[in-house]
Design a protein around this ligand. Sequence first.
Ligand code: 11C
Length: 328
Amino acid sequence: MTKLAVVGATGLVGEKVLEVLDRRNVPFDELVLFSSPRSAGKQIEFQGKTYTVEALTEEKTDGNFDYVIMSAGGGTSEKFAPLFEKHGAIVIDNSSQWRMHEDIDLIVPEVNVPKLNRKIIANPNCSTIQSVVPLKPLLDQFGLKRVAYTTYQAVSGSGLAGREDLANGEKGEAPKNYPHPIYNNVLPHIDVFLEDGYTKEEQKMIDETRKILDQPSLNVTATCVRVPVQDSHSVHINVTLDKEATVEDIRNLFNEDDRVVLVDNVENNEYPLAIHSTGKDEVFVGRIRKDDSLDNTFHIWCTSDNLLKGASLNAVQVLEQVLELNKK
Ligand code: 11C
């Protein structure tokens, strides 16, 4: 008997977690859905059965859970993930709370495998996940010297509040979530500012890239930008390789690697687009060009659905990866 809990089941990511569990037919016997007290009592249909969402309490973490997927924010994860862990569950956590703890695995299944020193596994930040997927084959084939990201991130990265600011901004209303209007605007500001002038989102991309790729001294920098797009993040990746490569080498590598989809046919105006990535599981790459301002350096444009590969799908893939590891 496998018992699974989904925490944050009524949120944007939680809803997608259920959708992905269903369509990938992930095997488990019992499901319990948790939310904040505000959303408790809501009914959710899953595979022909109606579930009533329960408010998560400390006592309920002792419910013989084997696996828990949490998408309820850092505070909830800080408090409840160790309690679920203490009672024997493997917790896959979507928040940033545990990602950089030394003994916590930070996993993108296309890239790395959990060591499970702790039973909490962290799901990375959405813009990081889609970026390390194409970086991994480049690392293995050519080595990496430097990575510079510029992101163009969708409002759904901020949950329902981001969606509301975009919709209300179109009607002329002031923003409630962002410090400035996102409608008709571009904000070079995601998450809080740190002392050095970077944002926390930028620092997350830097730290998480190094940890997932197991390249602690890789040179990484990032500028993270919110754009008035509903779903799917776009990331410009400027990458300097260790070994020499041509644009053709990189195109061939991506063409042969089933972890990414190459869309790179500029003669027909074909390149990855947020609107084409939305609702899809894949990570799309294209616009591959040589950056002649530096040796061995290339531009890559990368899009992916931030709520799927960037959050729910990656979490479910981690669950599948752990189920597979536990079979062995
Ligand atoms: C955004 N990347 O687009 C953020 C959302 O650390 O999991 C995800 C925040 C996180 O605003």
